[in-house]
Design a protein around this ligand. Structure first.
Ligand code: F6R
Length: 611
């Protein structure tokens, strides 16, 4: 959460920073600010989006070759002009931007207040900055040394970028627990929460690790640990193209990303699944195949949509590989004292690869001897780097705050792992294995077919957009899809929605049903279909409105429902990759009909790097 950008070099810094902030706005959009150094420090900041700041500072002196910029997701202090970053130190010489939380800020603040400091904001960030300034003054050291000393006392997570009037070419940056990428240009350096602000300038990047400090000048990048020892930067090549982070003619990133799914699922399977030879090649999994096959249990840890992918995978792994699977919210797992036995395998699922709770849960599990495999979208992200092995989902940058294409790519990867392990373990017979491999291979085409229902889903969205609540029901593999459909609707349209296993409805939620309640059934043809049909009847008997996602040709179910959305026939193990698509579109079109900003829903941020 919070996006940070920095630049030092011969170009004008402001346009690079503003463009970079627009790309990072998905990380938070409560306020925006920039600090520029050119014969003194200039700071411009404002509550609201990047575009509002941009409009507000037209005509101001924006000339500089070094600067830092921030787009905020508020943690300490309400979204306001005065709580917006950058913050300036008491002397007026230092400016800081920060992504993360300083947990012991109250204690540090008390110490500073005793020394006569006062504060203009409610943020932990301003406290940290003045703490650094106090050390610089007391120890008569440079900013780099002051940051190093200060960070040894700091408890919490951070990426910080600082500039100093007394050293007008240098950005000091440090990280613990939040992401920081440094792009290397010719006589210039770029800094960002991810690589998107630097894509058109360089493809060479360094991912800074926890407890590292970077001294960044136009033609020099020095990395050190907190013990002041130099570290050789590991330069990596980016393989993301600019087009991947642009809207490409769609009204919203969310719609673009929903429509990309035939391609992203295909990209995920490409080079791995060979449906003719009957092979699945995944080197980051193969290395640990014996441990997975011998595992007493697999624990999936994740949050939000990724947790839903874990729930689907639970059904798939237990069915295909007969391994006991538990699915845990990372935030609960990390604070319990979970029993981890030797031989347990953890699968951490994350789009961003930066979710703080998932990251800490992984560290806990690793410290207890578990093998951790990451199913991650963002290449080079913290979770990808800290896992022992795993597989990337290759869905490309997901910018819409609501996760869509990452979910189906996670399902594709997790299904491939389950198929591979089930087959190698001899649980899965050749016929069934080949049938599923072929079925998986056909999924991109079937997703493309499903997307053709776009217009009819839009019409259904119009019809129900004013409902106050929604219920989403499904069974078996489609139960987590119901949860995901409800989550998408809540996020994008701010309509209260609940997902439930269809059979559980009778144990409580059925009391909600009346003629005003739309109930979305995920009712594709599977082994539970006749049971789900009974549940549809139960809702209809109580005058509920039924919208159902059904399999092509299922006319008898269609006849019972108020509205239906059709998906192609598929094996029940693979069906969630299809049945979720209409639910993504339904949420999208309801959000659009209500004129909400579907790419940046209120209160949310894409990458949850605070707990
Ligand atoms: C929902 C959504 C969130 C994320 C969750 C985990 O649309 O985007 O629920 O799924 O914050 O994020 P990752 O997958 O990045 O760990």
């Amino acid at each position: 959460m919070c996006g940070i950008v920095g630049y030092t070099g011969p170009k004008e810094a402001y346009p690079i920073i503003i463009k970079g902030l627009k790309r990072l706005e998905y990380r938070g959009y409560d306020s925006t600010g920039v600090a520029l150094l050119n014969h003194g420090l200039k700071v411009y900041k404002k509550k609201g989006r990047v575009a509002e700041l941009e409009d507000n500072i037209v005509g101001k002196d924006l000339h500089a070759h070094i600067g830092i910029g921030h787009t905020r997701w508020a943690t300490h202090g309400e979204p306001s002009d005065r709580n917006a970053h950058p913050h300036v130190s008491a002397s007026g010489k230092l400016a800081i931007i920060h992504n993360g939380i300083i947990e012991n800020y109250a204690q540090l603040k008390q110490e500073l207040v005793k020394k006569g400091y006062s504060f203009t904001s409610d943020t932990d960030t301003e406290v940290l900055l003045n703490f650094i300034e106090e050390i610089k003054k007391n120890n008569k050291c440079d900013l780099e040394e002051a940051v190093r000393v200060a960070l040894k006392r700091v408890v919490g997570a951070y990426v910080i970028l600082l500039i100093d009037e007394d050293d007008p070419e240098t950005i000091i940056a440090a990280r613990k627990g939040s992401p920081l990428v440094i792009g290397i240009g010719k006589g210039e350096h770029f800094l960002g929460s991810d690589a998107s602000p630097m894509l058109e300038y360089t493809k060479e990047v360094v991912y800074v690790n926890d407890y590292e400090l970077a001294i960044v000048k136009p033609d020099e990048l020095i990395l050190k640990n907190l013990g002041n020892e130099k570290i050789t930067p590991y330069v990596q090549k980016l393989d993301v193209e600019l087009a991947a982070i642009e809207k490409g003619g769609y009204d919203h990133f969310m719609l673009k990303e929903i429509f990309e799914q035939p391609q992203t699922i295909y990209d995920c399977l490409r080079g791995r699944l060979d449906a003719i030879a009957g092979t699945i090649t995944m080197s980051g999994i193969q290395e640990y195949a014996d441990q997975i096959m011998d595992a007493n249990r697999i624990v999936m840890i994740a949050c939000g949509t990724s947790w839903h992918a874990g729930l689907v995978a639970e059904y798939i792994f237990e069915e295909l590989a007969r391994i006991n699977v538990e699915v845990e919210y990372a935030s609960e797992f990390r604070y319990r004292n979970p029993v981890i036995n030797k031989g347990d395998v953890i699968i951490a699922i994350s789009q961003s690869g930066e979710t703080a709770d998932t990251l800490v849960a992984i560290e806990n599990a690793k410290s207890k001897g578990a093998i951790v495999l990451g199913v991650v979208n963002v290449v080079g992200s913290s979770i990808a780097r800290t896992s022992h092995g795993g597989a990337y989902t290759h869905a490309g940058p997901e910018i819409g705050v609501a996760s869509t294409k990452a979910f189906t790519a996670q399902l594709a990867v997790l299904t491939m792992i389950a198929l591979k392990i089930g087959y190698e373990k001899d649980i899965l017979q050749r016929n069934r294995y080949m049938h599923l491999l072929n079925g998986l291979y056909e999924i991109p085409e079937k997703v493309a077919w499903t997307l053709k229902q776009n217009e009819s889903i839009k019409a259904i969205a119009e019809k129900y957009k004013d409902a106050r609540d929604f219920l989403y029901l499904g069974r078996g593999y489609n139960f987590p899809v119901a949860l995901e459909g409800a989550l998408k609707l809540k996020e994008i349209s701010y309509i209260h929605a609940e997902g439930y296993p269809a059979a559980e409805m009778k144990h409580g939620p059925i009391a909600l049903v009346d003629e005003n309640l739309p109930v979305v059934f995920v009712a594709t043809k599977d082994s539970y279909h006749h049971k789900v049909v009974s549940n549809i009847q139960e809702i209809k008997a109580r005058k509920g409105k039924v919208i159902a996602v059904i399999t092509e040709g299922d006319d008898s179910t269609a006849a019972m429902c108020d509205d239906v959305i059709i998906v192609p026939e598929a094996d029940e193990i693979l069906a969630p990759m299809l049945s979720v698509i209409p639910l993504q579109l339904l949420a999208y079109y309801i959000g659009v009909a209500k004129e909400y900003d579907v790419d940046k829903p209120r209160n949310l941020a894409k990458s949850v790097t605070v707990e």
